[in-house]
Design a protein. Sequence first.
Length: 107
Amino acid sequence: MDKIVNLQANGKPVDLTPPAVGNWRQQAGAAPVLIVNPLASLHQRTALAWVTASDTLSILEASHAAHGNDPGNDRAMLSVVIERMHQLERLLNDMGDRTADLEGGAA
């Protein structure tokens, strides 16, 4: 546990908490509910990014195959995909910072 706390102190945790969690009663300044494991390697983070993108594509393809161009379904899928893309963006931003650090800021 000490390693996790120390690593969090050395870098900002990547918060992947969906915004809908905020609909529940939250204390001001509470820790994020869902974060990337601070001990996860860059390769593991890349795997998570790939799975997030791949799963999101599968969700969209299955939705389209099942419902076609149904506007109600389109709106529902948009909300799912938008949240997953926000998570992916936060993860990729963190990976970009980490790779820039590895390359001495010359990313």
